[in-house]
Structure formats: structure tokens, C-alpha cells
Design a protein around this ligand. Sequence first.
Ligand SMILES: Nc1ncnc2c1ncn2[C@@H]1O[C@H](COP(=O)(O)OP(=O)(O)OP(=O)(O)O)[C@@H](O)[C@H]1O
Ligand SMILES: [Mg+2]
Length: 272
Amino acid sequence: MIAHASSHGRVFALLSCKGGVGTTQLTVQLGRLLAQRWQLNVLIVDWVHPFGDAALLLSTEDPHTHLGDLLRQPERLDAALLDSALLRPQPRLAVLAAAEKANLQPLLQHQAVQRLITLARERFDCILCDCGRQFDPLLMALLQDADRVMPVFQPTLAMIRDARRLLVALLEAGIGPDRVLPVLNRMETRHQPLLDLLEQVLGTRLQHRLPEHPDFAVPLHQTRDHSWQHGMVRLAATLARKPEPQDDPSGILQRWWRKQWRWNPQPPEKLP
Ligand SMILES: Nc1ncnc2c1ncn2[C@@H]1O[C@H](COP(=O)(O)OP(=O)(O)OP(=O)(O)O)[C@@H](O)[C@H]1O
Ligand SMILES: [Mg+2]
């Protein structure tokens, strides 16, 4: 992995408004996109404890060190220790697996989280934290430092109620609307007329909406149907603060070649 010691990575905390809302898959897909298409150095931190599953979705390796191991010893936490704790499923994508337990001294937590985030910012362009929905002091310490807090929810009554509760809780914790970037997942055409109402109820714009799609969990390069990815690419561009990089002119030929390969049952070189 190429680390830019001078760069200042940005931290994104993805929060679930309810269990199963899609936060882990979204974190993983965004991480892959930013690493593959934007060529950014991305760190995914699994903040769900215990039993987070982000590392499992990305790597077959068994992590020997977890987030909790690092947070328990902030005085020893340096770049080398962080590096040794990471799984690297792709050259530009690293994962710090979930803590198995989090019995930290309350006073240590903020200091430990700050140390971890400072180190991560020095080494990565983007730090995506899958936070699940545990509103504990450990998470609060992270949210205070995060550049953007991203509540993920779906257009159902219960989820909207919880999304509203979460937005209020964030506001009370001093996280203002300028740092909050809500993501509406599993949006279907029939939900479109509800959008204005949803924005009114939540008191915020819902610019980032992801459709319901069976390929949601499929690694992006393996799926043939790219139509559903627009929302994800738009969101990734917002996090990267630049549009998706376009291929150079010589890449046009490569894309045409790839398309031939996809449409034909055999690679083009084998056709008569
Ligand atoms: N837009 C979508 N279209 C289709 N399937 C989706 C979509 N979003 C999420 N899913 C599916 O929902 C399931 C739950 O997703 P995921 O594990 O990411 O949720 P989670 O919020 O992390 O859950 P947990 O609370 O268990 O951590 C997965 O099978 C995922 O593929
Ligand atoms: Mg999850």
C-alpha cells in the first residue's frame, strides 16, 4: 500500500438507524469503489462490537488483532502497530476488524480513539467506519472526530422514526446538520412520491438514495448490471470530493474490448 504521510485523510462514520439496514454492505462497497476507481488509500474500520462482519465480507484471512486490542493500549499505538493489525484484501484497501470485547476504561476511550484516528488520517485518504447502532461512549468519541456522520435508513415507518430519533440525538451531541449526510437505502420507484414528505419529516435533504437491487452485495467488478451503481458512485464522489476519474483516451479502446468480451460467449480473440 502507498501511504502518504503528509496527507490528511477524511473520516466517515456510517450509522445504522436499525439493524439490517445495509450499513456494512454500503461501507464495504464504498471502500471498494474509492480504492478501485478513485485510487484512494482506504481504511475500513469495523466499529461494531462485538461481532462486526466487515472484515469477513472483504477477506478470508482471520484477523489476529482487533480494534479493541489497539484501543486498549493507546500509549503503544503507533504506525507500525496499526499496520500490523490490518488485513489487506486489495492493494489500496485495508480493514481493521471488529473488537471482540470493549471493556475499556471510560477515560481512556477518547484518548485512544483520537490516537487511532490521527494515525489513520496520516496514512489513508479515506477512513470508513461501520458503526452499526451502538450509541456508546466509544462511538461518541469517534463521532466527535468524524468529518461526516452518515445515518443509513430505509423508507419504512419504523426506520423513518428511528432516523428522526438519530438525527435529534446527533444534534444534541453537538453534531450539526453540516456534518450529517443521510443515506436512504432500498429506495424503490413506488417510494418516489414520498420523498418530499420524508425530507419534511426528517428536516433534511435526502440527496443520496440507493435503489433496492439483488446485486447490492456483489463486488462491483463482478456484476454485469451497472445501472444500480449510479447512486453509489454519486455518494463515493461526494466522499472523495471529486467526480469519478474518467479513463484516458487510450482507455476507450480498452472499454470497447471489455464490452466485446462481455457480450460474446467467448473472448474476441477466439472468434472466427
Ligand atoms: N439496496 C439493497 N438492495 C438489496 N439488498 C440490500 C440492499 N441493502 C442491503 N441489502 C441486503 O440487506 C442485508 C443486510 O445488509 P447489511 O449486513 O449490510 O446490513 P447491516 O445494517 O450492516 O446489518 P447489521 O445490523 O446486522 O449489522 C444484506 O443481505 C444486504 O445485501
Ligand atoms: Mg452490519
